[in-house]
Write a protein that binds this ligand. Structure first.
Ligand SMILES: *Cc1c(COP(=O)(O)O)cnc(C)c1O
Length: 393
């Protein structure tokens, strides 16, 4: 591999040349099951014909004109997202971090509109919101922030899954928003207790704070609903999403309703590439395909099957601390660091990921079948057992 890339990633020694569905093939002709979807991005798998078709058709006509002009597919996609979520307005950008930047700017404007000079945003332990300076400030990981100071003012951190801690802060007059992931992804697939989002909604209502949900990872069907907040029946003031929306084309969105939807006006925010015809036409095809192929239902059913199979195969091992999931966001938490399993699995022809040091994470494509699910579990369970045996003592 070349030395010309900045060393921001420790890459695995494999390069994929093409894929189809849940399968990827590398430059030596070896085939792998992709149980990670490019980190929750390729929900429709690789080379889905509907997505290829949408990209082909749009690229033949128009790629980019800028936001100085009307963009038909952008308008259609905004209408579609508004319909799916009950939000009112959408800003399109190119990534998750940018969607959260927009949310943070909305929160600050909202604060200033109420005469608050230094608006504060509540964020959580274990959170991940991106790598730009504002979203890095909102992110919990100390390692990710190391050496990048000075970071931003106006962020207040509390424990995740603890409404009381949020309530205490929200009563402070300078607090204007609460930013939280409905299920923490990078933090280790942390699923809060039932009632958590409802409690945050109530606290925000009582204190005139914006509830801002980071659904960059949990959005676009990942948890078995279009958006994870719909599991809880909670409607936020701001909702950000990205990863799965373009199935690999870069697109993010910040959705808002009520006062939050009125905070940005011409000149106050913008983007050159965001919401371009190609990405929006593709995202529309993604949403259509999820609907046509009933992939929300599939995410629920295969997600449950994963949990059942892992419970049956691993649940009795004392080294397995917890098996949990929401739709196709699945975690197996071990009692020890298990980064090694990523390369073990790669060698066995399976792409997985480890987060929070000791948690095996699967983010399979939404198109995964029940047979695929069984096949993935069959490959992974013996790997975990062997790993645990080998790392004993
Ligand atoms: C991936 C992720 C982000 C950042 O998205 P980028 O596209 O990498 O900027 C933000 N929030 C959550 C919850 C994520 O999973």
């Amino acid at each position: 591999m070349t030395d010309s890339l900045m060393t921001t990633y420790n890459r695995l020694p494999v390069t994929f040349t093409h894929g189809e569905g849940i399968w990827l093939e590398d430059s030596h002709g070896r085939r792998y099951i992709d149980a990670l979807s490019g980190i929750a991005v390729c929900g429709l798998g690789h080379a889905h014909p509907k997505i290829t078709q949408a990209i082909k058709e749009q690229s033949r006509r128009l790629l980019h004109t800028s936001n100085l002009y009307g963009i038909d597919s952008q308008e259609k996609l905004a209408d579609r997202l508004v319909d799916l979520t009950g939000m009112e307005k959408v800003f399109f950008c190119n990534s998750g971090a940018e969607a959260n930047e927009c949310a943070i700017k909305i929160a600050r404007r909202y604060g200033h509109s109420k005469g608050i000079e230094k608006p504060g945003i509540v964020v959580m332990d274990g959170s991940f919101h991106g790598r730009t300076l504002a979203t890095l400030t909102a992110t919990a990981s100390k390692a990710a922030k190391q050496g990048f100071g000075p970071l931003l003012e106006g962020f207040y951190r509390v424990p995740f899954n603890n409404p009381k801690a949020v309530e205490k802060l929200a009563q402070q007059s300078d607090i204007v928003a609460v930013l939280v992931e409905p299920v923490q992804g990078e933090g280790g697939v942390n699923i809060p207790d039932t009632g958590y989002l409802e409690a945050l909604r109530e606290i925000c209502d009582e204190n005139n704070c914006l509830l801002m949900l980071d659904e960059i990872q949990t959005g676009t069907g990942r948890t078995g609903h279009w958006f994870a907040c719909q599991n809880a029946g909670v409607s936020p003031d701001v909702l950000t999403t990205a990863k799965g929306l373009g199935n690999g084309l870069p697109i993010g969105a910040c959705l808002a309703k009520g006062d939050a939807a009125q905070m940005l006006n011409p000149g106050s925010h913008g983007t050159t590439f965001g919401g371009n015809p190609l990405c929006c036409a593709t995202a529309l095809a993604v949403l259509d395909t999820i609907e046509q192929e009933q992939l929300l239902k599939n995410a629920v059913s295969c997600g449950q099957l994963f949990l059942d199979l892992f419970q049956r195969g691993l649940g009795d091992l004392p080294e397995v601390k917890n098996i949990r999931g929401k739709g196709l966001m699945i975690a197996i938490e071990l009692d020890r660091p298990c980064g090694q399993l990523v390369s073990d699995a790669l060698e066995a022809g399976l792409l997985i990921n480890v987060t929070a040091g000791n948690t095996v994470r699967l983010l399979p494509p939404l198109i995964v079948s029940r047979d695929d699910t069984a096949k993935i579990a069959q490959r992974l369970i013996p790997l975990i057992k062997t790993f645990l045996d080998a790392s004993k003592g």
